[in-house]
Design a protein around this ligand. Sequence first.
Ligand code: PGA
Length: 272
Amino acid sequence: MKTIIANWKMNHAFDEADNWIDGFFEKYTSDYEKLKNIEMVLCPPVMLLDYIDSEIMSDSFQHLEEIMKASNRDFEDFSEEELNQILVKDRPLKLGAQNCHHENSGSFTGEVSAQMLSKVSCEYVILGHSERRSHNFESDEIVAKKVASVVSQKLIPIVCVGESVEIRNDNKHVEFVSQQLINSVPKNTDFERLIIAYEPIWSIGTGVTPSLDQISEMIAAIKKIFPSSSVLYGGSVTSQNSSDILKIPAVDGLLVGKASLDVNEFLNICLS
Ligand code: PGA
């Protein structure tokens, strides 16, 4: 199953989120047969998580009602586990955050912890995005602490790695990304699941994408280090280039920034 993640970054508020979610369910219903086999994750600004969760929940309740009718069961007949499966785990659209702090709580103004995220229906957290590494000075060591915190809350970390254009021009990209990845993932961690996103910095938001061979080379290097992880590609993905990238057998999915702001474009990428 391919994983397609929408990273809205610091874009969209309530009205835009409403339109996006409405558009999502409209198209999801009409293209259900193709979309049901894709793991789709939305990472909105953190203040929207709970709001979008309740929007998605009303769709999940409709789904539960259909199951109740078809199986002739009442609400009380479902165990807590079954309800969690139907109302959260089976959702067509999962929720993720774009960052978190590594401590559970404390005097960290402006921060949100993995523990807090685990209280809303957030199942994934993007960590070590290059924008956070550069604007917020996040080191590999800090990213590794965040990954440990996310895993301890039973959330799925999406660890981002990628080289600058200078490193690529020096032909040191494989070495750099491999080391960045090893340093950004805590040792001896029992991962239920680890997602890694290869996002070359020179491709993010630039409209420039690496060649398919360049993507393949890096994904292969990453899979040598973490063979059982899902490895995604991210950087200027659109519906024009997504199908070629997804055809690379080792690519397990995509992390989409700008193009994910438009729900139709996002779903076209998912359908490609
Ligand atoms: P982009 O961003 O698709 O706008 O290049 C990708 C990302 O930063 O995750």
